[in-house]
Design a protein around this ligand. Structure first.
Ligand SMILES: *Cc1c(COP(=O)(O)O)cnc(C)c1O
Length: 420
């Protein structure tokens, strides 16, 4: 369904008006962002909720410094992965008891694919996307080394549609909801249906969708899902990820990383592993409590916001940016890598430019933060809770200026750091 984008700003003052009437404008105040910075990287590391600082401080001063080990019970540390999982559940369309916060996305992909293969013992094929975020493929290969004869088939390489790749040997299909490079959204409900029709299971990666657009894990019939919390959920650098296991699989699904936190009776210290009931069995070991506390504020915000409204603003911000780039930067060899149809586009705009790395460095020097992914992809993320329409205007204008003046050619913008 094409949503009608009724109004796109023609001038900076029109953008100012948009900011004043923006129904999400009050959320900006919930975040700590330097005044003179335009932050277009919320797709990689979300901004800091002001409340996170308070919660962390209280955890460190009271729970850690004063109450020490008693905080495992008294402050609810032990249950925190479940408590926070319950906060995330409605944000990704999951009923209670199916989501837990634990470990990293990479580890949760491992657990999910391994468990899904275990539920389809006789089959040997795993399908993913050629243009997956690399860790998803690396981890899939790692899982393959633990079993016999696993083969991978990649969408975009071994076939161009899921249908072409499916047959009765396929055990698992593992896709990302939104492509990390281009921002393209996949029609998950449809793909899950095709996967199930072929007798396979579906593992969904929601890293680039959780918190910024409606996700309906239960409704779409997804079997396993994972997602980052430090991107649009604003959980802080390296905040633990989440894993979703559909209720119907929880009894049979085996967590290959069977640590004591997933044990039915962890404090009995038994010799053998007995998996806990329900989603708890997908934990492994002791969790980083400070990082979990840092994440809480971001999840509380995600709980409260109206996601369809966030989605609408996200579409308008990206549409505005594309329109400004098309009129201002067309002559400099920049091309759009993201879908032009805003119903197929996540909350980012990717532009291709061969010397994109240097262009991004020049923008960062102007306090406009975006990032770069090889080869030639300049990524601009639009987090609707703290971005203004005027920010989009100013960023587009700066980009045009950097290209027009060829400022990016300066030597200082060519130096590569470890993180791009
Ligand atoms: C960000 C991202 C990850 C990150 O995984 P980590 O284990 O947190 O490093 C994985 N997959 C996708 C698709 C991502 O976008």
């Amino acid at each position: 369904m094409q949503m009608n984008i009724t109004y796109l700003s023609e001038s900076r003052s029109a953008c100012e008006k948009e900011d004043v009437t923006d129904p999400l404008r009050n959320w900006q105040d919930a975040f700590n962002l330097p005044q003179d910075l335009i932050y277009l990287d919320g797709n990689s590391l979300g901004a800091m909720p002001k409340k996170a600082l308070e919660q962390l401080e209280q955890t460190i001063r009271n729970e850690w410094a004063e109450d020490l080990i008693t905080s495992w019970n008294k402050a609810g540390w032990w249950k925190l992965p479940e408590t926070l999982g319950e906060l995330i559940a409605p944000v990704v369309g999951a009923a209670s008891g199916q989501v837990i916060i634990s470990d990293s996305t990479s580890l949760n992909i491992y657990k999910s694919i391994h468990a899904a293969l275990g539920l389809r013992q006789k089959r040997t094929v795993v399908i993913s996307e050629a243009d997956s975020f690399p860790t998803n493929l690396y981890i899939m290969d790692g899982v393959a080394t633990t079993r016999k004869n696993i083969q991978r088939r990649l969408l975009g390489k071994d076939g161009n549609t899921l249908d072409e790749l499916l047959d009765d040997q396929v055990a698992v299909v593992s896709f990302s909801h939104i492509n990390y490079r281009t921002g393209e959204i996949l029609p998950i409900a449809e793909l899950v249906q095709q996967t199930h029709d072929a007798g396979a299971l579906f593992v969904l990666d929601t890293c680039h969708s959780a918190g910024v657009l409606p996700v309906e894990l239960d409704q779409w019939g997804v079997d396993f899902a994972v997602g980052c919390t430090y991107k649009y959920l604003n959980g802080g650098p390296g905040s633990p990820a989440f894993i979703y296991v559909a209720k119907r699989h929880q009894k049979e699904a085996v967590n290959p990383l069977s640590g004591w936190w997933g044990h039915a009776r962890p404090f009995e210290f038994e010799e053998n592993f007995h998996a806990a009931e329900g989603i708890r069995r997908f934990q492994t070991g002791t969790q980083p409590i400070l990082s979990l506390r840092g994440l809480q504020a971001g999840l509380e915000i995600a709980q409260e916001v109206d996601l369809p409204q966030v989605r609408k603003k996200s579409q308008r911000l990206t549409q505005l940016f594309i329109k400004l780039i098309e009129s201002g930067c067309r002559n400099y060899g920049v091309t759009l890598q993201s879908p032009t149809d805003h119903d197929k586009r996540g909350s980012q705009v990717t532009l291709h430019f061969e010397n994109g790395f240097a262009v991004i460095q020049a923008l960062i020097a102007r306090k406009i933060i975006a990032d770069f992914r090889e080869p030639g992809s300049m990524r601009f993320g639009f987090a609707p809770l703290y971005l203004r329409y005027t920010d989009v205007w100013d960023a587009a204008e700066a980009l045009e200026d950097v290209l027009k003046t060829e400022e990016w050619k300066e030597e200082r913008f060519r130096q590569k750091h470890e993180v791009t």
